[in-house]
Design a protein around this ligand. Structure first.
Ligand SMILES: Cc1ncc(COP(=O)(O)O)c(C=O)c1O
Length: 328
């Protein structure tokens, strides 16, 4: 039988598809890896399954135990789904601005969701990051701590990196990837560079995030708010290994969202805002690269998660990402 015994067997081995939008016709070839083919619709299934399975195999985590992490989206549903299959309990802390759809999705897989107030500072004891750490310490929960956990990086080193290498038959020349925790970038980039040190690894960061300045000048600046979800940060994360970054490209909210929408309408590939940012950066890379280059970008999740945001014309206009309607 060609059927699977568990949904967990369907994590990873995501397909790659040609990207044409913004790539010069006579120029390099570009593909995007569609991480929304994972069971909960994002790349985060990979790290959650790897982190929890490894901890169970090593006896650090047992069925019935509780796992906790802070997230504003994709990791929450991944954690809730994987925990339910492995017989674990899950708790997700999330800030109050997280959309109802996302909170309901996390709950649908059986997780408890703790909503925390929006705070300015990552270290604020009331914020979603610190509440998760505190509860883990006080109650003895297993702390996934994706931002600093090296098993996050390792999951991509062992899966995403090899898949890209094999699916391009080792011909990849440029890897383009958003950085949120940095786990996807660092794990896949390390694997690819170990196999061919000349592969250029390009990190994509939203305007307002602190990563670009940290990578370029080793300086920790203060970030500011932006709307693209999943990438960028207001603190340095240990899952990002900056020595692997050959170039960092900063993309605005407006360019990210409009590029995601354009690709959905012209190529039928519907990614989230971070996918739009990656595709926008891929155009810049493609314009500078040789015609024989082979680019691979990561589309971390799908547009369906953002129907009330960047795929909604009113929301786009309200934020000034689309021109205002002419008055009749
Ligand atoms: C939509 C989206 N894009 C990109 C990323 C970046 O992945 P990473 O955390 O591995 O850097 C994430 C991570 O949360 C995400 O949710």
């Amino acid at each position: 039988m060609k059927a699977h015994e568990s949904i967990l067997e369907l994590i990873g081995r995501t397909p790659m598809v040609r990207l044409r939008t913004g790539i010069p016709e006579s120029g390099p070839t570009a593909y995007v890896k569609l991480e929304f083919y994972n069971p909960t619709g994002s790349l985060k299934d990979r790290i959650t399954y790897y982190i929890l399975k490894k901890a169970m195999d090593e006896g650090r985590l047992r069925p019935g135990d509780t796992v906790i992490d802070n997230t504003s989206g994709n990791t929450g549903s991944a954690l809730a789904m994987v925990a339910s299959v492995l017989g674990l309990k899950s708790i997700v802390t999330t800030p109050e601005q997280t959309s109802h759809e996302k909170i309901d999705l996390i709950k649908s897989y059986g997780a408890e969701v703790i909503i925390t107030p929006e705070v300015e500072d990552h270290d604020d004891p009331e914020g979603f990051f610190m509440v998760a750490r505190r509860l883990a310490a006080e109650k003895g929960y297993f702390d996934m701590n994706q931002y600093h956990n090296q098993d996050n990086v390792e999951a991509h080193y062992l899966t995403t990196g090899p898949e890209i290498w094999e699916d391009t038959e080792g011909k990849i020349t440029h890897f383009v990837c958003g950085i949120g925790t940095g786990g996807n970038f660092s794990g896949a980039a390390r694997y690819l560079k170990e196999h061919n040190k000349d592969i250029k690894c390009i990190a994509v960061d939203p305007e307002g995030s602190i990563f670009a300045e940290y990578i370029k000048h080793n300086r920790e600046v203060k970030g500011y708010a932006y709307k693209v979800e999943g990438i960028g940060s207001d603190v340095v994360t240990q899952a990002l290994h900056p020595h692997l970054v050959d170039e960092v490209i900063t993309v605005s909210d407006k360019d990210s969202f409009n590029r995601a929408r354009l690709i959905a309408r012209t190529e039928g590939i519907s990614g989230g805002g971070s996918s739009g940012a990656v595709a926008f950066a891929m155009e810049q890379v493609a314009r500078k690269a040789d015609s024989g280059a082979l680019l691979v970008g990561i589309f971390a999740d799908a547009g369906i998660r953002y129907l009330s945001k960047c795929y909604n014309d009113n929301w786009m206009r309200q934020h000034g990402y689309l021109p205002q309607m002419e008055a009749k």
